[in-house]
Ligand binder design. Structure first.
Ligand code: 13P
Length: 256
């Protein structure tokens, strides 16, 4: 067990939820809930809530992340946000390659790789999402899919930089469906990801990387998932929108 070599991080992914007043209310509720957490606490919020979140979480243990970032520094990219724009307002994390971006917005492993490198170059910590489709799991190619994503998404990323990155294993069939991967399935793939990292960067580096599970994690199933030796926290959708539920997950990561 090398869990002590890395930080468990519970990160909320608010997705396209919460107007600014709603965001303010939720963050105020989260602050006391998160106070005692010994794991890392991150909330990834819509662009319109980033400044609010940074302001309201100053002096707390809650860090703020964006849900996407563009790979160019600036220019004619209507609707996009650069890494420098995020760091300038105090954002520290960014989700990259979420399956919803891959599914609905044409995100590819190549653009995930570009975004990851741009984020790292600007000093952001990327939370890079990988995961197989249900069809791919049924065809028994989960590991091929994951190995390919890890290879492509982290192409040309140094050992120093991979240590600053978080990888979120999110089986696409478990996202927003209420269907969770079993603790064994989550552990099997998180361990496999660590083995892939060890091949490329060596065991010491691989042991230091935070690998989260994401997909319908909730107060009922979190303890077992978070207790797995290679599951270092979670990327949380629905349950991150309720302060009480998020608090249970933070406690489980703290105790797990
Ligand atoms: P749910 O927790 O709502 O299944 O979402 C998971 C997710 O996509 C986090 O990025």
């Amino acid at each position: 067990m090398n869990k002590e070599l890395r930080q468990a991080v519970i990160a909320g992914n608010w997705k396209m939820n919460k107007t600014r007043p709603e965001a303010k209310a939720l963050i105020e509720e989260l602050k006391p809930v998160a106070e005692k957490a010994t794991c890392g606490v991150v909330i990834c919020v819509p662009f319109t809530n980033l400044e609010t979140a940074v302001e309201l979480t100053k002096g707390t243990n809650i860090k703020v992340g964006a849900e996407n970032v563009h790979f160019e520094k600036s220019g004619a990219f209507t609707g996009e946000i650069s890494a420098d724009m995020l760091t300038e307002i105090g954002v520290e994390y960014v989700i990259i390659g979420h399956s919803e971006r891959r599914q609905y917005f044409g995100e590819t492993d190549e653009t995930v790789n570009k975004r990851t490198k741009a984020a790292l170059a600007a000093g952001l910590k990327p939370i890079v999402c990988v995961g197989e489709l249900l069809w791919e799991r049924k065809c028994d190619i989960t590991k091929e899919v994951i190995a390919r994503q890890i290879k492509l998404d982290f192409f040309d990323v140094s050992a120093e930089d991979i240590k600053k990155s978080i990888i979120a294993y999110e089986p696409v069939w478990a996202i927003g469906t209420g269907e969770t991967a079993t603790a064994e399935q989550a552990e099997e793939v998180c361990l496999f990801i660590r083995e892939q990292l060890a091949e490329k960067y060596g065991k010491e580096v691989a042991d230091s990387v935070t690998i989260q599970y994401g997909g319908s994690m909730n107060p009922k199933n979190c303890a077992e998932l978070l207790a797995q030796p290679d599951v270092d926290g979670g990327l949380i959708g629905g349950a991150s929108l309720k302060a009480q539920d998020f608090g249970v997950l933070l406690d489980a990561a703290t105790n797990g």
